[in-house]
Design a protein around this ligand. Structure first.
Ligand code: HEC
Length: 164
């Protein structure tokens, strides 16, 4: 009987462990989904959508920089996304590894922005994230950085129909 119980417990552990670790590799599901939602559509007025939205940012080097800075440092202050003003507080994720930050952003970009990515799209790398950590753009500065990025994309006709 005791042996059977031990066997049952170890079988349960073997069954459960890989499941909980499997979720760990999906950084978006663990860290971002609660606000930006499983389909990255956000919650209107509270959490901005990331789907069909941030892809064109990658047309410019400053856009790669902006996205990495938001993920590392968080953001607060008014931003206009698809005509809706968000003035929320995204927490910083600097505690995640370089690879995890790159993972979360690449997931949103490739899964939900494939139609808006530049033709020469190159995924964000852990090395870029590592490099970006030295800059520390502040959460209140980032809405301004975003505004000048969007205006530069418009000037260069690179916004590619993204409504933001
Ligand atoms: C607690 C809620 C919350 C979580 C968790 C969260 N975000 Fe955000 N995110 C926000 C809010 C709120 C904003 C807008 C901030 C503002 O109003 O200035 C935002 C903005 C963004 C933007 C800028 C969008 C744009 O249009 O420029 C990106 C990119 C982003 N988040 C990515 C992520 C990623 C990646 C994660 C997970 C690592 C994440 N967020 C986790 C709430 C959250």
């Amino acid at each position: 009987m005791r042996l059977a119980a031990v066997f049952a417990i170890s079988a349960a552990l073997i069954f459960l462990t890989p499941q909980s670790y499997a979720a760990d590799s999906d950084v978006y599901a663990l860290r971002c989904v609660i606000c930006h939602q499983p389909n990255a559509q956000g919650v209107p007025g509270m959490y901005p959508p990331l789907a069909h939205s941030i892809g064109p940012d990658l047309q410019l080097k400053q856009g790669r920089h902006y996205l990495i800075q938001v993920a590392l440092n968080g953001m607060t202050g008014p931003v206009n996304v698809n005509g809706i003003i968000y003035n929320g507080l995204m927490p910083p994720f600097a505690q995640l590894s370089d690879a995890e930050i790159a993972d979360a952003l690449n997931y949103v970009l490739t899964k939900f922005n494939a139609d808006k990515l530049p033709k020469n799209f190159a995924p964000i790398t852990a090395a870029e994230v590592k490099h970006a950590r030295a800059t520390h753009d502040s959460p209140t500065e980032l809405p301004h950085e975003r505004a000048s990025l969007l205006s530069d994309l418009k000037k260069a006709h690179l916004n590619d129909g993204a409504a933001r």
